[in-house]
Ligand binder design. Structure first.
Ligand code: SF4
Ligand code: SF4
Length: 73
């Protein structure tokens, strides 16, 4: 299930430290892809997703990653 799209989760999201995350997403202030939807931007696809180090990921028993590229259903 998707994590809640709330301020607490938004603050704890570490997407902006991720190598997959690019300038385009920064300009749009995109974050919390797991609780929202995937990005409208082209991401740095060859890099490693760091969702696995995120507290939101643990607490919601998420699997996989790269939610900025493929929406979590
Ligand atoms: S699991 Fe990934 S997308 Fe979701 S809040 Fe954490 S870093 Fe952001
Ligand atoms: S969803 Fe994963 S791959 Fe995408 S920016 Fe966030 S941490 Fe990086």
């Amino acid at each position: 299930m998707k994590p809640e799209d709330n301020q607490e989760n938004l603050k704890r999201c570490i997407c902006q430290e991720c190598p997959v995350y690019g300038q385009c997403s920064g300009e749009k202030d995109e974050r919390l892809f797991c609780g929202r939807t995937n990005s409208a931007c082209a991401m740095n696809k060859g890099r490693q997703c760091i969702c696995g180090s995120c507290q939101v990921y643990f607490e919601n028993y998420l699997e996989g990653g790269y939610y900025c590229i493929k929406e979590l259903k």
